[in-house]
Design a protein around this ligand. Structure first.
Ligand SMILES: [Fe+2]
Ligand SMILES: [Fe+2]
Length: 231
């Protein structure tokens, strides 16, 4: 996923320093996540993997719903027109993902609404919701730039592993969810290119990503522990 380094509205070109910062921060985030998305185990036997995939979908319904809620809560505080203009589309996507996953779980014989979300995921989304008071740069660095980029990586792995086990679900993720998530990650990149234009702002954006990565990793680890327990 790439976003062309384009023009800043009303203030000339994105400088190469900002572009370089964004590339470095993306690389730092990628490095953090090497070996840390523990929600699925590619080496697990098929039966375990099937259970892990199903668990991802159940929790995924909740996560998509909370993502929609989160974007709705953030929209009023995003004053930057060019970024704000992209958020209603994201809200619509997350709501659609929520419905698509619910429908798929029903087809698989489950009641998606009976799922009790993991407290660690609830805490993560509650924290993000409360972050609406933080500057746009930090919010979009956290959720769209760090979070959604990692989500794309996670979905790529999920699709790869689901393909032989549950091809219909793999297709759903590949065709109806993943392309949208790449677009959401690109919103984060766009926000950084527009707003991370001073050394102080770059420090805050990088810190926001680190904080997000840490918190998401805690949620992933708890997710895996619960999946292993069969909860
Ligand atoms: Fe989504
Ligand atoms: Fe998303």
């Amino acid at each position: 996923m790439t976003v062309a380094v384009g023009r800043r509205e009303g203030s000339g070109r994105v400088d190469t320093e900002t572009g370089e910062f964004v590339r470095q921060l993306a690389a730092e985030n990628r490095a953090f996540w090497v070996g840390r998305d523990v929600r699925l185990d590619p080496t697990a036997p098929r039966e375990t993997l099937e259970r892990q995939l199903r668990y991802r979908m159940r929790q995924g319904v909740y996560n998509e719903l909370r993502a929609a809620e989160l974007i709705a809560a953030w929209i009023p505080s995003v004053q930057e027109r060019e970024l704000r203009g992209m958020l209603p589309g994201q809200l619509d996507d997350e709501q659609r993902h929520y419905q698509l996953l619910r429908r798929r779980l029903r087809e698989l014989g489950e009641d998606p609404d009976a799922w009790e979300p993991l407290p660690e995921w609830e805490t993560l989304f509650d924290w993000l919701l409360a972050a609406r008071a933080r500057p746009t740069l930090e919010k979009l660095a956290m959720f769209q730039f760090a979070g959604e980029t990692q989500s794309c990586e996670g979905f790529e792995m999920l699709i790869r592993l689901a393909e032989p086990v549950d091809p219909q679900t793999a297709r759903l993720y590949r065709t109806a969810i993943l392309p949208d998530e790449y677009r959401h990650a690109a919103i984060g990149q766009q926000a950084l290119l527009l707003l991370a234009d001073t050394p102080a702002r770059r420090v805050r954006a990088a810190e926001a990503c680190r904080e997000m990565n840490r918190r998401v990793f805690e949620a992933y680890a708890a997710h895996r522990r619960r999946a292993d327990r069969g909860g």
